[in-house]
Design a protein around this ligand. Sequence first.
Ligand SMILES: [Zn+2]
Length: 411
Amino acid sequence: MGGKAVAMYSPAYSQYTFSPDHPFQPKRLDLTMELINEMNLLLLEDLTDPVPALREELLLTHHVDFIDVVRRLSQPEEEMIYDRSGMGAGEAISPQKFGLGSEDTPVFPRMYEAARMVVGGTLKAAQLIVTGIVSHAVNFAGGLHHAQHAKAAGFCVFNDAAVAISYLRKNYPDMKIAYVDIDAHHGDGVQQLFYSDPQVLTISIHETGRYLFPGTGKIKELGEGMGYGYSVNVPLEAFTEDDSWMTSFDRVVIPCIQQFRPDLIVFQAGCDAHYLDPLTHLSCTTQIYSHASRVMHKLAHQVAGGKLLVLGGGGYDIWRVVPRAWTLVWAEIAGRSYEEQVAENWIEKFQGDSPYPLPRLMSDKIDDLPKIPRRQVIEEKNEIIVEQLLSEICWLKRKRKTTDIIMNIGY
Ligand SMILES: [Zn+2]
């Protein structure tokens, strides 16, 4: 399975930092790129520089007032005094109205520039794919799926995925796009922005919103108007493990993508479903990241001419989880085989900074996992949810059994 892949990367991505003790730490990108490199999975020609998104590009998704407020709030105070822009210096801004200034999504200096760079990376990745320069492009800085039309939310200032999808919808009106989101949190922002658009299928598999931000992502959220049926949600029980996660993913994602037949797939690979993640309650291992990437990669070649845009997202154990999870994603998308042993050079380089012993293997040993007492109940609940969901998706013809479908993509 071929197709040239590139990775969007710039040291400027590290400017997307809310504060030194905030859970969202862009250092995870550098740890990831270092691991990819030390695992001999990176060639110089794989790397592509992002360019900051233009204001007009942000306007494809975001409200003008919100964009202007982000821009104004992100200037250091001394510059705001001399602000000659339309809004006028000294005029009171209420950041809370735009989802900013909270503990989750505080204002930080140069926030506008930093957030524009993330969006620019995803947008350029989409452009490289749609113009046929590459088949696959990866922007691990992106996947900021919670940001809304006129509001920042959940560590996300601008919604890079939505801007890229809007750009494609505007410039290629016949194009159908599938967005598949495996972050442990519901991909609410992207879902909402395309809720009535039948040409954008959004699928999010996540921990149930009963106890977790943002609280949405129920199976009954199916879209509206012409878009009814094209928002798909798989809310999983807390403490779901690999087998149940992968079964649920396959049973929904594979038939939906095979029948929807998108022209391009966007894959948000947030890696906070891992059992070590401090913010969520799923109990998966790095295995699901290899698995989901392999399925998305195969589906992209099977139905979308190989067009696959891969984004990052959540992932808050930046030492033990994110670098390995995203290295596995990259290896799959770039079509390169990797050693099971984590590169010794990488461990030596970062062990001193890490508060935990760094893992020595790319996969997690099942013995490492804490025992899940209600395993069978959890699996059964997930099965019921998947069944109910599949029966709600009006356009999905369910003639074939899942096992046949899985055979069809060859594993
Ligand atoms: Zn998340």
